[in-house]
Design a protein around this ligand. Structure first.
Ligand code: PMV
Length: 360
């Protein structure tokens, strides 16, 4: 794997003080990534919808230090207040990327970040949060090195974001991104996400994702622990093979618009992810009774209304309700009338596919 392409070789310009602000979205995997080896190399390829309204906005003020040290120096302000408890994860991120971004040692960084979604809503903010930092770093690198191509910036930002959180590699571009080397997806790589390379059927344009907030609590299992449990998992190899096969099937469906097959693959992937957790040791059940209640009601609604509604899950109890834009009015009524009561404080977030990182 050629990681040398991400080293900074030319001499750097001298810039005393500069700021950049980026807004990057979360994403929801359709074929899931669960299992990795070092350094953040996925055991199978995954594919996701990039979201739009669930995003993080991050500004980084870079101020050149008088003397470069071998210490990364940054302050973290989250939603207007210092957040020391978030610092270790970002510190670890800087440690992992320092060879590719040696300029981080030259600057004091003030990172100010906010999420569009409520904190502790059970929505993973690592994908949007780390991809936003990666974009700010690439903006700085672009000034220091000058004339980086847009293609290189996108690729390296995804490469850096991946080193922070695997799924963050899929939050730079949109609306559909593949991460993980797959023989049938041209240009795909374990090192960074790439835009789905084929024409997508119009039914998937502006695809809707309503996130039902069933449980806003802290994650029961961190994704680091979860991925780790795939190492001695009895079904691991079969699972990795299945995911790569599902990606081929989903690639066809995304091109031909066969929603019946789409629903079958996406729901099976969601339940398989949870089945992996239930069959690891130690084992976990991350779904709650209301998660199951919602799933059963989605299935009944689909049957009774010949609808194309379906669900997917992340590593938690919240339910992502997916459907084509054309069904929006009817399905929003169904969500309001029948599903919202199973959410904490009736909270849900309306989102749809989006185009990825945006500089502000
Ligand atoms: O990016 P991580 O290491 O937090 O892993 C995320 C894994 C899932 O969200 C459960 C699935 C996925 O592919 O996004």
């Amino acid at each position: 794997m050629n990681t040398d392409q991400f080293l900074v070789t030319p001499a750097l310009k001298s810039i005393e003080k500069v700021s950049f602000t980026w807004q990057t979205p979360s994403n929801i995997a359709l074929v899931k990534y669960w299992g990795k080896s070092n350094p953040q190399i996925p055991k199978n390829a995954s594919i996701s919808f990039t979201l739009s309204n669930s995003n993080t906005t991050t500004k980084i003020d870079f101020v050149k230090k008088q003397n470069t040290t071998n210490q990364v120096d940054f302050d973290l302000i989250f939603e207007g207040k210092p957040k020391p408890e978030f610092k270790p994860k970002i510190e670890e991120f800087f440690n992992r990327i320092q060879n590719y971004c040696p300029y981080v040692f030259d600057y004091k960084m003030i990172i100010s970040s906010e999420n569009s979604f409520p904190h502790s809503s059970g929505i993973a903010s690592s994908a949007s949060g780390l991809s936003a930092i990666a974009m700010c770093l690439l903006s700085l690198e672009n000034e220091l090195v000058a004339d980086l191509s847009k293609e290189y910036i996108t690729k390296k930002a995804s490469f850096l974001a991946r080193l922070g959180s695997g799924s963050a590699s899929r939050s730079i571009e949109g609306p559909i991104v593949v991460w993980g080397n797959h023989p049938e997806i041209e240009g795909s790589s374990d090192l960074f996400g790439v835009k789905f390379p084929h024409n997508v059927h119009p039914v998937f344009e502006n695809y809707q994702d309503v996130i039902l907030l069933v449980d806003k609590g802290e994650k029961q299992v961190s994704s680091t622990v979860g991925h780790g449990l795939m190492h001695n998992h009895p079904y691991a190899e079969t699972r990795f093979k299945q995911a790569n096969e599902n990606l081929i099937l989903l690639s066809e469906v995304l091109q031909n618009g066969n929603l019946e097959k789409f629903i079958n693959i996406v729901e099976s992937e969601a339940l398989t992810l949870h089945a992996m957790m239930m069959t690891s040791n130690p084992y976990f059940i991350l779904m709650k009774p209301n998660t199951l209640e919602i799933i059963n009601r989605i299935w009944s609604y689909r049957q009774e209304n010949q609808s194309n509604i379906c669900f997917t899950l992340d590593a938690g109890a919240n339910v992502h309700v997916l459907f084509p834009e054309i069904e929006k009015t009817k399905i929003m009524q169904f969500i309001d009338n029948e599903l919202s009561r199973f959410c904490q404080k009736k909270h849900y977030i309306c989102d749809n596919t989006g185009l990825g990182a945006r500089q502000l």
